[in-house]
Ligand binder design. Structure first.
Ligand code: PHE
Length: 479
């Protein structure tokens, strides 16, 4: 069987943007920003997108296009058959299954809000409505509707399903967000929301840096769909030589723009309705826009339905890109037909979604803690692979199709993904792991010098990276 490839020139970029732009921008970004200090979070997040996200995307593209395989097959074949790398690829595949499980629940919330906009279901109590519908059996029921739509498109295959959805979604979402933002700014109190979101709070950033860092890194990985093998798989369907640096930059810019637009909508709305920014949690977007729509009567119903439906479209083009990974794995590596593979994986996700829909704390464990731990870990592994296993071969793959500027940045890129980025990612993962487990590293005293806990964590990240590098080094490595 010949492997599918993207049908049109823009097929790949459309699908990759479709994967990146989704609930991560519209739903998770406002939630994380609200919980982590507003503008301080935004600033850190933007830096991470540029310094880690774009180079990370490039790493994933290089692995995918070179191997033309799913993450497991890609890492295994490019490493000359290493079982260990195959297992690491499998970890990425499992991460996607976990992601799609909670994503389906959030998708279900959007399905419900679309319907409730038409009937005016949340109009009486826009604030309290989210709390009453977000978990439990009905939430699971709506999640199943969302999952069924995802599975149907994945079953249809790469070219037919995925490319089409994005062409409609991207312009629609931008137009709607801009229109809603314009309306929001006519409301009193909206400027305070703008200040919370945009005016740089360096003092907060300085004092809370280590608290918000793992959340900012996790959010950057999540929103760019990087660190789980989605972008590896999508780049594996690349037929011709596109400029990977150009594509990675375009995806990051478009994706970040949609996230920032969502923030420009949510925070002014929350402030203008006198709602508490921090208390909404994963409900921030629902509570804020539902409050807005409920003041607009029939127009609000129509606008609400269109808004939630468009976001649903964006969510679908992302959830497809999650479910596609385990399906591609079964098809490529286990010789299972696409139909059966989709069936098996959908069955597993039904169970995952049921667990995530149980209650708020289980949901947060998946959507917050595990995302912030697993995605940076995945990306750190991929990038160590790029720098030390692929090495110079990664560079020639990167250069194929790239323009003069892209080429000039090739060698610095390879160095950057080989050493500083893995250290940085491991540092955030270890910090987050320690906080999650409730372990606090007391300042240590080494040879009479007091070492702060963050320095000890950094030292651990450096040592881990050094061990990985020494173990992986081959003749082709960066150096
Ligand atoms: N980037 C997607 C979003 O923002 C989520 C996603 C994560 C998709 C990982 C695929 C893989 O909604």
């Amino acid at each position: 069987m010949t492997r599918e490839t993207w049908k049109t020139q823009v097929g790949f970029i459309l699908a990759a943007v479709g994967s990146a732009v989704g609930l991560g921008n519209v739903w998770r970004f406002p939630w994380m920003t609200a919980n982590n200090g507003g503008s301080a979070f935004l600033l850190l997040y933007l830096c991470i997108i540029v310094l880690v996200g774009v180079p990370g995307l490039l790493g994933a593209f290089v692995i995918g296009r070179r191997s033309k395989r799913n993450p497991v097959g890609a890492l295994r074949s490019l490493s000359g058959g290493s079982r260990l790398w195959g297992a690491f690829g499998l970890l990425a595949v499992c991460t996607t299954v976990l992601l799609v499980s909670f994503y389906t629940v959030v998708g279900g919330w959007f399905v419900r809000y679309t319907a409730a906009s038409v009937t005016g279901g949340y109009f009486a109590q826009p604030g309290a409505y989210f709390g009453s519908v977000s978990y439990g059996l009905p939430a699971f029921g709506f999640a199943l509707i969302f999952l069924a739509a995802t599975a149907a498109i994945v079953y249809g295959g790469v070219e037919r399903g995925i490319e089409r959805a994005t062409k409609v979604m991207m312009p629609a979402i931008v137009v709607l967000l801009v229109a809603l933002i314009a309306w929001t700014f006519t409301r009193p109190g909206s400027m305070e929301g703008l200040t919370f979101f945009l005016s740089p709070d360096l003092a907060y950033l300085r004092t809370h840096f280590l608290d918000i860092l793992p959340a900012a890194v996790g959010q950057a990985m999540f929103t760019l769909s990087v660190g789980t093998g989605t972008m590896i798989t999508y780049a594996s369907y690349l037929g011709e030589e596109r400029s990977l640096p150009f594509d990675a930059t375009t995806i990051a810019v478009l994706n970040t723009a949609v996230g920032v637009l969502a923030g420009l909508l949510v925070f002014p709305l929350l402030f203008s309705f006198g709602l508490d920014v921090g208390s909404g949690g994963p409900g921030a977007i629902f509570v804020s826009v539902a409050s807005a729509f409920s003041t607009l009567g029939l127009v609000g119903r129509a606008l609400g339905a269109v808004f939630f439906a468009v976001v649903l479209l964006a969510a679908l083009s992302s959830s497809i890109s999650m479910l596609e990974i385990p399906v591609a794995y079964l098809v490529d590596e286990r010789d299972v037909s696409r139909g059966r593979a989709t069936g098996i994986m959908t069955g597993i996700v039904v169970v995952g979604a049921a667990i995530c829909a149980l209650d708020a704390s289980v949901f947060s464990l998946f959507a917050d803690t595990l995302v912030n731990l697993l995605m940076p870990t995945g990306l750190a592994g991929f990038l160590l692979f790029v720098g030390w296993v692929l090495g110079k071969n990664a560079l020639s793959e990167y250069e194929a199709g790239a323009g003069p500027l892209g080429r000039a940045l090739g060698s610095p890129w390879l160095l950057f993904v080989g050493v500083p980025i893995p250290i940085f990612l491991l540092f955030t993962v270890i910090s987050r792991l320690l906080t999650t487990l409730g372990v606090s590293v007391a300042p240590l005293s080494v040879l009479g010098v007091t070492v702060a806990s963050s320095t000890a964590v950094l030292a651990a990240a450096v040592v881990l990276t050094a061990i990985a590098v020494l173990g992986l080094r081959r003749p082709d490595s960066v150096f």
